[in-house]
Design a protein around this ligand. Structure first.
Ligand SMILES: O=C(O)CCC(=O)C(=O)O
Length: 300
């Protein structure tokens, strides 16, 4: 759908100004949208997963573990597909957030994937930063409606590794996420990153319960966490139901393409702009952290 068509649909959660802002800038921050009880429930479930990770030695289908992870000092970089790991995460993805997605992509909303990313202040900072990248090359679709909603489960100040986004970059070029040798890096090359105008970069800090939204073309990153609190960021990705994936979902769960709002469609919508195709991850994928750190990428 075109922005005018989306805006013509009645809003569910967001104001018209917030919707128009997202469509123009490619990102949005909504302070404390999620109530404290819901956040507390998600934090309880999350703490139990981190606790259980103490038994694990290697990354697997549930956990992406940072180098140095051990029973005494768990360093989970990512809980994979939380929507499929616990009902609390799935209920959350299907609730208010799906209404937010409908406000931004149009009334027919499909679920794409979820992940729960952590930053640990005392781990290797280089493994802890996320470099400039766009999400579309990780999961190209027939159009660019896919967006990701991040939910801060704790207060995230500028020192805690919040998301950083370049306003308007969703209308700019799609960058190459392979290096000169043809290896997938999951980020812009140093040369492309040096060419970005980062003077306008927006640091999306927010307290617990705040949400961030970024379009799949928006150039974004996050800095290492420097404060003493771990930063759990729950990410849920949605598409307009008329966007169909070209390639295997790198974070596929049983909820892939679940219709969360509106109606199933019989016609795909195609955006004429080209999309980069990632490696074939149909047999396994670890995480953006592993790709950007140059680690082995097919774990499962
Ligand atoms: O966890 C973060 O800070 C950013 C994650 C991100 O950009 C992604 O997973 O695409």
């Amino acid at each position: 759908m075109q922005p005018e068509e989306i805006l013509a649909c009645p809003p569910r959660v967001l104001s018209q100004d917030q919707r128009a802002f997202y469509l123009e800038k490619g990102y949005l921050l909504v302070d404390e949208l999620i109530d404290a009880e819901t956040i507390a429930g998600l934090n309880r479930v999350t703490a139990a997963f981190v606790e259980k990770s103490r038994e694990r030695r290697e990354s697997d289908g549930v956990y992406d573990l940072a180098p140095g992870h051990c029973a005494d000092a768990p360093r989970v970089r990512r809980l994979k597909t939380p929507d499929a790991q616990d009902k609390a995460y799935w209920d959350f993805a299907c609730g208010l957030l799906a209404d937010v997605a409908a406000d931004l992509v149009g009334p027919n909303v499909a679920f794409h994937h979820s992940k729960l990313n952590f930053k640990w202040a005392d781990s290797d900072p280089t493994a802890n930063a996320v470099r400039w990248h766009q999400d579309a090359p990780f999961y190209p679709h027939t159009n660019y409606s896919p967006l990701t909603i991040g939910t801060y489960l704790t207060d995230v100040a500028a020192d805690d590794g919040p998301l950083i986004v370049l306003p308007g970059s969703h209308d700019g070029p799609l960058y190459d996420h392979y290096d000169a040798a043809g290896t997938w890096t999951g980020c812009l090359s140093d040369a492309d990153a040096a060419g970005l105008d980062t003077s306008q970069a927006q640091v999306l800090a927010g307290s617990a319960g705040s949400i961030t939204v970024h379009n799949c073309r928006s150039v974004h990153a996050s800095e290492p966490a420097r404060s003493s609190t771990a930063r759990p960021l729950l990410l849920n990705a949605y598409t307009s139901a008329d966007a169909f994936a070209y390639t295997a979902n790198p974070s596929r769960s049983r909820n892939d393409r679940a219709l969360l709002r509106g109606e199933a469609v019989r016609w795909a919508h195609h955006d004429p702009r080209p999309g980069q195709v990632p490696p074939d991850w149909s047999k396994g994928y670890t995480s953006i952290f592993a790709a950007q750190a140059g680690e082995e990428q097919a774990a499962e």
